[in-house]
Design a binder for this molecule. Structure first.
Ligand code: KG4
Ligand code: ZN
Length: 356
C-alpha cells in the first residue's frame, strides 16, 4: 500500500464537556493501535447546573488543554516531531470548545511542520470501530449519544449517508432530560438505567413515537412529555414510582430503536450484497438493556453486532486521531485557514450525487 507506515497521529477533542487528547498509530495491519488516550471530564463544572454550560466548558478546555495534550504525548513516549499529523474536532459542537481544540492543533502542526486535519466529530464516531476491529466498508451504524441520534450508511471514508435522524431530541438528551424530571442526578442516562433495574416496565403505558411508520427517523420529545404527565398524576412519587417510570421509558426507547433500525436494516439489505455488520457507537451504547435488544435484532437479521469498547463509544480523542489517520493515509489534510463549524452535517462530506 502506498502510504508511510507506521503512521502516527495526535488527536484533540473539545467539542462538548470532555477535554481529550490521544495518539494512535497504524502500520499495514487492518486495525490501529492506541498509544495513549487521555480524557479529562468536566463533570464537576456542570453537575450543579444539571447540564453542560457552554461558556464554562470553553473556559475549562482552555485551562487544561495543554496539560492534557502533554500527558497524551508523554504516555505515548513521543515528541511532536515524531508525529505524521495533528487532528482536532472541527465541528459540529459547542463553538467555544471547538475553537480551543482547533487552535491548539493548528499551533502544534505549524510549529512541528506537520499536516493539520479538521475532523467532523460524527465522522470520528463512525470510523472508531475500525481502530479496534477489522470492519470493512460499507457498514450500518447506529450513533446514539447526548448530541446525536442517527442511523448511517458508512460507505467509505468521507462517504456517509444518513438513513435516519431525530426530528427533535437526541436520544441521550431524552435520557438526560427525563432523568432530570424524575429528580435523578446528572448525567441522567446511567442513573436512569440503574433506577430502571428495579422498575416494572409495564405499569405506565408510554408512547413509542414513530413506530410502525415507514423510514428510519426518530422522535423522543412526546415520550418525554408523557413521562412528565405521568409524574403529574402522582401525589408525591415514591422510589418505586420513579423506578417504574424509568423502566417504562427505557422500554419505550428500546422499542423505538428496534423499530427504526429494522427499517434501516431492510434498506441496507436492499442495496445488494453488503457487509453483514451493525455497529453501534455513542454514549448511549453503554446501556445494557438497549444493547441486548440491538444485539438480538442484529442476530434475527443475520448481522454481526459490533460495539467499540465503552471508552471509545463515549466522547474521546482516540476517535479523532483515528479519523485523522484514516484521512491522512488516504492523502488528505486540511488548510490552516479552516474555520470551526458549529454545524457540520455528515452527509455534506460526501461528494454531491449527480442528479439524473
Ligand atoms: O457520546 P457521549 O459521551 O457524548 C456525546 O457526544 O453526547 O454520550 C453521552 C450521552 C449522555 O446523554 C448520557 O446520559 C448517555 O450518553 N448515556 C447513557 C448511558 N450512559 C451514558 N444513556 C443511557 N444509558 C446509559 N447507561
Ligand atoms: Zn460525540
Amino acid at each position: 500500500m502506498g502510504y508511510k507506515a507506521p503512521m502516527i497521529v495526535l488527536g484533540i477533542e473539545t467539542s462538548c464537556d470532555e477535554t481529550a487528547a490521544a495518539v494512535v498509530e497504524a502500520d499495514h495491519a487492518p486495525v490501529g493501535r492506541l498509544r495513549s488516550n487521555v480524557v479529562r471530564a468536566q463533570l464537576a463544572t456542570h453537575t450543579r447546573f444539571g447540564g453542560v454550560v457552554p461558556e464554562l466548558a470553553a473556559r475549562a478546555h482552555v485551562e487544561v488543554i495543554d496539560a492534557v495534550v502533554m500527558r497524551a504525548m508523554d504516555e505515548a513516549r513521543l515528541s511532536f516531531g515524531d508525529l505524521d499529523g495533528v487532528a482536532a474536532t472541527g465541528g459540529p459542537g459547542l463553538i467555544g470548545g471547538v475553537i480551543v481544540g482547533v487552535t491548539t492543533a493548528k499551533a502544534i502542526a505549524l510549529a512541528a511542520d506537520k499536516p493539520f486535519l479538521a475532523i467532523n466529530h460524527l465522522e470520528a464516531h463512525a470510523l472508531t470501530v475500525r481502530l479496534v476491529e477489522p470492519v470493512e466498508f460499507p457498514f450500518l451504524l447506529l450513533l446514539v449519544s447526548g448530541g446525536h441520534c442517527q442511523i448511517l450508511l458508512v460507505e467509505g471514508l468521507g462517504r456517509y449517508r444518513v438513513l435516519g435522524t431525530t426530528i427533535d431530541d437526541a436520544i441521550g438528551e431524552a435520557f438526560d432530560k427525563t432523568a432530570k424530571m424524575l429528580g435523578l442526578p446528572y448525567p441522567g442516562g446511567p442513573a436512569l438505567e440503574r433506577a430502571a433495574r428495579d422498575g416494572d416496565m409495564a405499569r405506565f403505558r408510554l408512547p413509542r413515537p414513530m413506530t410502525g411508520r415507514p423510514g428510519c427517523d426518530f422522535s423522543f420529545s412526546g415520550l418525554k412529555t408523557a413521562v412528565r404527565r405521568a409524574i403529574e398524576t402522582l401525589e408525591s412519587p415514591s422510589d418505586q414510582d420513579i423506578a417504574d417510570l424509568c423502566a417504562g421509558f427505557q422500554d419505550a426507547v428500546g422499542a423505538v430503536l428496534v423499530d427504526r433500525l429494522a427499517n434501516a436494516i431492510a434498506a441496507y439489505r436492499a442495496l445488494g450484497p453488503v457487509v453483514p455488520v451493525l455497529v453501534v457507537a455513542g454514549g448511549v451504547a453503554a446501556n445494557q438493556a438497549l444493547r441486548a435488544r440491538l444485539q438480538a435484532l442484529a442476530a434475527r437479521n443475520g448481522l454481526d453486532f459490533v460495539a467499540p469498547p465503552l471508552a471509545l463509544c463515549t466522547d474521546n480523542a482516540a476517535m479523532i486521531a483515528w479519523a485523522g489517520l484514516e484521512r491522512l493515509r488516504a492523502g488528505q489534510s486540511d488548510d490552516l485557514a479552516f474555520k470551526p463549524l458549529p454545524r457540520w452535517p455528515l452527509d455534506s462530506l460526501a461528494p454531491p450525487v449527480a442528479s439524473a
